[in-house]
Design a protein around this ligand. Structure first.
Ligand code: KIV
Ligand code: ZN
Length: 548
């Protein structure tokens, strides 16, 4: 069995999450396989219908990630696992192989259809595309029943040509046709009109689900999708926090909450009675906030405070008039309850006397599956935290668990010791001891403009990897003076960005660990850069950047 949503069965809006594919193409957002698995697990908990797990042909790392997600998350009760492929046999074969372990699997194949892409990028004619696209859909169909086809840059393609391509690929077996606004150029009315045109002019359109995919270059991606839903789109391709190429993709949380809060407005467009309360998507909205934080922490892509739904200020009322109104009746200034996105689920759950069992059980409830070693290490950190902080909340536990699942590089550089001295009459000085991947323990010291600068300089003296720190941020996990500080950093080497994240009640320790984390990612990349690997990765990266 490999098809979960035959076109005729779709009576709601399917959520296709591409955080791990298009989202991961954001500069510096690259994730390792374990981090991708952690996110995929949370996406399944969130209730997404389809996870686009990666682009298997792009690199061995992508292949492995898709395969492991297919194995672990692609169960009978889980989501559809999808892999991206250009319309080439090699891409399709790689996707089919990586997806093999999943119960529900989908190959998503694409080729550009706009004249500008055909002329300058692909150097192909319309006739070429009309030949290649159905042939490759039919080829993908020999591996899986569930095939999605995207005419890249559909938003700038000639609609008449698009209709022909779509008719042909549906005839060849495509079960979903996805309409991408690749460069974020269209406006809501135009995009909705494009979907309506497809519904009216592609004769066999009832044999496929219409999907939409869009980038946010003009800040219109979500609005475009909502218009598309009104005109017949039943699958939305989106990412958590809207991360993705350039200005990003349509944000999952915004789409889902718009369709939830305004469901009575959207109901009739799906042929439902206007008063129906039942949500239009399958998303468990209470998982939204947690998913958003997880993705932000692991990718190092911070969320702007005024970001809709998940920004720090999204539910904060600053002005006196608003506060007064909300106290009298929440609905005066709030269109949705913070609890709906899981924001208020911040209970005090454990304390100093809680045992390992209670700790492990709560982590499991929160969705963390740590190995025995990770759990032991996390429990030591929990006890340590409980000594400093009386009340331990779910957010604290998450910070510990996420840190544990990210701090995985046991074979990389390990921070053994960090100490700083600073003050208004002292020169900030740091001493660090680091265990190298070869097992040697090295100690060095440095002075800096501040304590974090001193620590980073000392670490650099030992590790010696070329890099430039381009972003440093510290946020508190919960309120209060004893809160855990979460540090996220991004560093650059050449044209690649690497992120690191760590949490600790001591922000200097968190800063040092976050830096080590990013340096280890950089180290892995440099280590793999044998001349042969480098040329393969570069060729593929260029292709991907150009094509997607
Ligand atoms: O933006 C785009 O066109 C894409 C396609 C591969 C769907 O990401
Ligand atoms: Zn895209």
């Amino acid at each position: 069995m490999s098809i979960k949503f035959p076109p005729q069965s779709v009576d709601r809006v399917l959520i296709f999450d591409t955080t791990l594919r298009d989202g991961e193409q954001s500069p510096g957002a690259s994730l390792n396989v374990d981090e991708k698995l952690t996110i995929a697990r949370q996406l399944a908990r969130l209730g997404v219908d389809i996870i686009e797990a990666g682009f298997p042909f792009a690199s061995p790392g992508d292949f492995e990630a898709v395969q492991r997600i297919a194995e672990t998350i692609g169960t009978e009760s889980g989501p559809v696992i999808c892999g991206l492929a250009r319309t080439t046999r090699a891409d399709i074969e790689a996707a089919a192989k990586a997806l093999q372990p999943a119960f529900y699997r989908r190959i998503h194949t694409f080729i550009a259809t706009s004249d500008i892409h055909l002329e300058y990028k692909l150097k192909k004619s319309r006739a070429d595309v009309l030949a290649i696209a159905p042939e490759m859909v039919a080829y993908a169909k020999t591996f899986v029943e569930d095939v999605e086809f995207s005419p890249e840059d559909a938003g700038r393609s000639d609609p008449e040509f698009l209709y022909q391509v779509l008719e042909q690929v549906i005839a060849a077996g495509a079960t979903t046709i996805n309409i991408p606004d690749t460069v974020g150029y269209t406006t809501p009315n135009e995009f909705g009109g494009l979907i309506r045109g497809i519904k009216e002019n592609v004769p066999n359109i009832d044999q496929a689900v219409i999907s939409v995919h869009g980038h946010n270059d003009l800040g219109l991606a979500v609005a475009n999708f909502l218009d598309a839903v009104k005109n017949g789109a039943r699958q939305l391709e989106c990412t958590i926090n809207g991360i993705g190429e350039r200005a990003g993709n349509a944000a999952l949380e915004e789409l889902v909450m718009a369709l939830y809060v305004r469901r009575q407005y959207y109901n009739p467009f799906l042929g439902r009675s206007p008063q129906l309360e039942e949500p239009l998507t399958n998303i468990d909205t209470r998982q939204i906030y947690k998913t958003s934080r997880l993705v932000s922490n692991l990718t190092g892509m911070l969320i702007q405070p005024n970001k809709a739904i998940v920004g720090a200020n999204a539910f904060a009322h600053e002005s006196g008039i608003h506060q007064d109104g909300v106290l009298k009746n929440k609905r005066t200034y709030e269109i949705m309850d913070a609890q709906l996105i899981g924001l208020a689920d911040n209970q005090i759950v454990l304390g100093k006397l809680s045992g390992r069992n209670a700790f492990a059980t709560r982590l499991k409830e929160l969705g963390f599956e740590l190995t025995e070693t990770e759990l032991n290490k996390a429990f030591v950190r929990f006890k340590d935290l409980a000594d400093k902080k009386k009340e331990i909340t779910d957010w604290d536990l998450e910070a510990i668990a996420k840190d544990e699942s990210q701090a995985v590089d046991v074979n990389g550089y390990q921070l053994e010791f960090v100490q700083v001295s600073c003050g208004d009459h002292a020169q900030p000085t740091a001493t660090v001891t680091i265990r190298t991947p070869q097992g040697e323990e090295l100690t060095d010291a440095a002075i800096g403009t501040g304590p974090v600068d001193a620590v980073y300089r000392a670490i650099n003296r030992v590790v010696g990897l070329p890099n430039r720190l381009i972003e440093y941020s510290v946020q508190s996990v919960t309120a209060g003076i004893d809160a855990i500080g979460e540090v996220t950093i991004r560093l650059q080497e050449g044209d690649r960005i690497h992120s690191g994240h760590a949490a600790n009640t001591d922000v200097i320790v968190a800063s040092a660990q976050a830096y080590m984390n990013a340096l280890n990612r950089l180290y892995r990349v440099l280590e793999q850069r044998s001349p042969q690997v480098e040329s393969t990765i570069e060729a593929t990266d260029t292709d991907v950047v150009e094509l997607v």
